[in-house]
Ligand binder design. Structure first.
Ligand code: 26W
Length: 815
């Protein structure tokens, strides 16, 4: 169907009329999108079935990646790419008068995730399928994804993201595979053949209905599954309700309450909120996911002792930790295992990734909530805690504080991270620095107890989406220069180091960057109705808005640059365009104020004739995967400026590197590993390191007011937050920001790091003037980025955590 342009065109035309019942000349771009989507589905259907059959027949170990978030973005372009059909379809459509990019725009951007953690899950799905591992995603089919952000008068306004409004061509509803999930009820205990039996009675059972999305591996032959679950009222409950005299309206109400479980994604990133509905979502995913995992396992007709050899269950942060007690419950209550046997099976099956050390992100559920909603599961958690504390008591008989600090249940709360560590055989951090901090500080006592469980798996990104699809011109240059081996072995990108001294190659790199910048400039110009200079430095910070990520430091520095130009209009500066994109959690007040500040600064700067041609600032609304794909290939500078120790890894940093941007950053997360490869000459490093930050927190000797007293540039900027002037028109507008920095002593060391940050920016200004050398640095970044391809990360997970059989190295020959 996609072998060549003419075959494609013929099929497409037939399918179009056949499916839509109207002539092609009446087509809308949405029609075209849907027809191509369904053609892809048809094309891969056979291979999807084949992949599943081969799994069943070979009995190979299956990995299930449980995650409350999968930030997939659009699939059309990537699916065509992995099918090897991108060029054929582009050319065919073009002959029919359509532009593929415009067709891609028709697809809703599947935003079933908040940020880093959800996007990592999506990159992993692509690598698992492309490397032909038996790895599947298990998630929730939220009716509403992450909110759509609009900027109104400089403020963030949230709108619902009804991404399913126009249907979803990729999913297959599998009602026959639905399972029942139970909440509430009470536990009754009885004795049967000399052993205790636990029955949960009066529980509420609802349906979990799976929707399967094919995950098309590179080459188009290996197709894994992302199974996302949707909550629906069960006919049983309805019938019972009706028989008990309930009205039809009551039924409608009831069914809406049930559906509300999978209604929306919680928009909080790194901020724990103890909402009952969220706990329901978590258990819903764990219970439904496990039932379907075990149903597949049961087909092998093996005893459950074999489960850890045939199944790996990976939990993406603590959100799906309830799989641990839930699997215990199934093994003990339903399969008749004793505690110790069951515990051994569970801990050998489950593994856990930690994605943050921020204490405010650690999940702790109130005991009463868990007990009411999941009475039997809670009993099991209690027993896990009891046995764990007994083990600790034996090991540390005279350290009651240590035991209290490590317990799973404490202060009437269930600590999910402790449960996750306790119930799994592997705990990994997501960058070397992050893992070291977990081992030495945050989880030190657990590391001392179970050192063999802790390991590092530095994050990665899929080079198929973030290079091949997002930056086709650069990909073409690579293939022309060194063949296509890099596509299946991204480490081969290092070969371009050989071209660093080739002036012609450098010029090509410069041209590609310029063209990417021109495209982004056109997009911004159109949105803001203003001109954007594509030869200025594009300096970009795009990521969730959070105090520790320090968008505030970035915008304060922009204010400082503005002040400098105003004070000395003839100052020699390379023109800069600062670009921001960030969503704030709807309840995160300070983050929203920072968005307002960025927009206020942008307004002032962009309309001031005195800085015209030198400085521009844009806040691009509704940052999302598809917007990232536009922005990142056009960046010269990547802002990775978190307070050292706070950013677990970062993955945006890797995407920018893979597209030739130079990083200005702190020694935090995976920046450290980038620095080890690139050295000081290819990165702009500044600020406190993790140890210095930690020392400040411990000895309390930091005073932000002291910094102000020392540095008049910062003092000027800080005063501009509260005094009427270019950036403060309404009184008190940025008062809280001011207080966070001064009265609350600047929790994230914005002021402390400011001077060195400004110095690093001056270094950028100086370096950019030497175009050839700049390009050499850019090439060094491109060349080393292969290390951060998620294919490498997934190979490590497969080998060291999931214990899968080695895969043979793929090559373009067998794709
Ligand atoms: C329940 C509230 C909540 C929601 C999300 C707590 C914690 C989270 C995530 C752990 C936040 C997150 O996305 N962390 C990011 O994970 C990325 C992938 O590993 C890392 O690259 C980022 O550094 C980390 O902030």
């Amino acid at each position: 169907m996609f072998t060549d342009k003419d075959t494609f065109k013929q099929h497409f035309q037939e399918q179009f009329v056949g499916q839509l019942g109207k002539p092609l000349k009446e087509a809308t771009s949405e029609d075209i999108y849907k027809v191509i989507g369904s053609m892809i589905r048809e094309e891969v259907g056979k291979f999807w079935a084949q992949t599943n059959t081969s799994y069943r027949e070979s009995g190979e170990k299956q990995v299930y990646y449980l995650s409350l978030e999968f930030l997939m973005g659009r699939l059309l372009g990537n699916n065509l790419l992995n099918l090897g059909a991108l060029n054929v379809v582009r050319a065919g459509l073009s002959e029919l008068g359509w532009d593929l990019e415009e067709i891609e725009e028709q697809e809703a951007d599947a935003g079933l995730g908040n940020g880093g953690l959800g996007r990592l899950a999506a990159c992993f799905m692509d690598s698992l399928a492309s490397l032909q591992y038996a790895g599947h995603g298990c998630g929730i089919r939220y009716k509403y994804g992450l909110f759509e952000q609009r900027i109104v008068d400089g403020n963030q306004v949230e709108l619902p993201d009804y991404w399913l409004q126009r249907g979803n061509v990729w999913e297959e509803r599998r009602y026959d595979k639905r399972v029942e999930v139970s909440f509430w009820g009470r536990v009754e205990t009885r004795e049967e053949n000399g052993r205790l039996v636990f029955d949960t009675v009066d529980a509420e059972g609802i349906w979990a209905v799976p929707y399967d999305v094919p995950l098309i591996g590179f080459g188009g032959r290996h197709i894994n599954t992302l199974r996302i679950w949707s909550a629906e009222a069960s006919e049983n409950a309805v019938r019972q309700g009706m028989q008990a005299g309930g009205s039809y309206y009551k039924y409608l109400d009831y069914s809406r309450t049930v559906e509300s479980i999978t209604e929306f994604l919680y928009p909080d990133d790194s901020q724990y909120e103890g909402k009952l509905l969220r706990l329901k979502q978590q258990y819903f995913l764990c219970s439904a996911g496990l039932q379907s995992i075990l149903r597949t396992f049961d087909k092998l007709e093996l005893p459950y002792e074999e489960l850890p050899n045939k199944v790996a269950i990976h939990i993406n942060d603590t959100h799906p930790t309830l799989v641990i007690p839930e699997l215990m419950r199934i093994l003990i209550d339903m399969k008749g295992y004793g505690w110790d046997e069951a515990w051994s099976i569970v801990t050998r099956t489950v593994s856990y990734t930690n994605h943050t050390i921020l204490s405010e992100a650690l999940e702790k559920w109130p005991v009463v909530m868990v007990k009411d909603l999941l009475p039997r599961v809670y009993m099991i958690i209690e027993e896990i805690n009891k046995r764990f504390c007994a083990e600790l008591m034996e090991k540390y008989p005279d350290q009651p504080d240590r035991i209290a600090q490590m317990a799973v249940i404490h202060d009437d709360q269930v600590r999910m991270a402790h449960l996750a560590i306790n119930g799994s055989h592997s705990i990994n951090g997501v960058s070397q620095l992050h893992t070291d901090i977990l081992k030495e500080k945050e989880m030190r006592s657990f590391y001392e107890l179970y050192p063999e469980r802790f390991n590092n798996k530095t994050n990665g990104i899929t080079h198929r989406r973030w290079l091949m699809h997002a930056n086709p011109e650069l990909s073409r240059l690579y293939t022309e220069s060194m063949g296509d081996g890099w596509m299946t072995n991204p480490y081969e990108l290092s070969q371009i180091l050989n071209y660093k001294e080739d002036a012609g190659f450098r010029q090509r790199i410069q041209q590609i960057k310029l063209r990417n910048k021109q495209k982004l400039a056109a997009y911004i110009s159109h949105k803001f109705d203003t001109s954007v200079d594509p030869t200025s430095i594009f300096d970009v910070q795009v990521k969730r808005l959070h105090g520790y990520k320090r968008q505030l430091m970035n915008i304060l520095h922009v204010m400082h640059l503005y002040n400098e130009i105003k004070a000395n209009p003839s100052i020699d500066r390379v023109p800069r365009t600062f670009i921001f994109g960030a969503k704030a959690a709807p309840s995160y007040y300070l983050a929203k104020r920072i968005i307002k500040l960025i927009n206020t600064v942008a307004e002032t700067v962009n309309r001031d004739p005195q800085v015209r041609g030198k400085l521009k600032v844009f806040f691009l609304e509704n940052y999302s995967v598809s917007l990232a794909e536009r922005i990142i290939p056009a960046a010269d500078i990547s802002e990775q400026i978190s307070t050292a120790s706070k950013e677990a890894s970062g993955t945006g940093n890797m995407k920018f590197m893979m597209n030739g941007a130079l990083t200005i950053g702190t020694m935090d997360g995976a920046n450290v590993e980038m620095y080890e490869m690139l050295g000081a000459e290819n990165m702009f490093i500044f600020g406190l390191n993790a140890e210095q930050v930690n020392n400040y927190y411990q000895n309390g000797q930091y005073s932000s007011a002291g910094v102000l007293a020392r540095d008049s540039r910062i003092a000027q900027v800080i005063n501009q937050l509260i005094q009427p002037g270019p950036f403060c028109t309404h009184e008190n507008e940025f008062e809280e920001i001011y207080h966070s920095l001064i009265s609350h002593n600047d929790e994230y060391f914005v002021l402390e790091d400011f001077a060195d940050y400004a110095r690093a920016h001056r270094d950028i200004d100086a370096a950019y003037r030497d175009t050839e050398n700049w390009t050499r640095k850019s090439i060094a970044n491109l060349a080393h980025s292969g290390r951060f391809a998620s294919d490498n990360t997934i190979h490590e997970y497969a080998r060291e955590i999931w214990k899968l059989a080695e895969k043979k190295q793929l090559s373009m020959m067998n794709i």
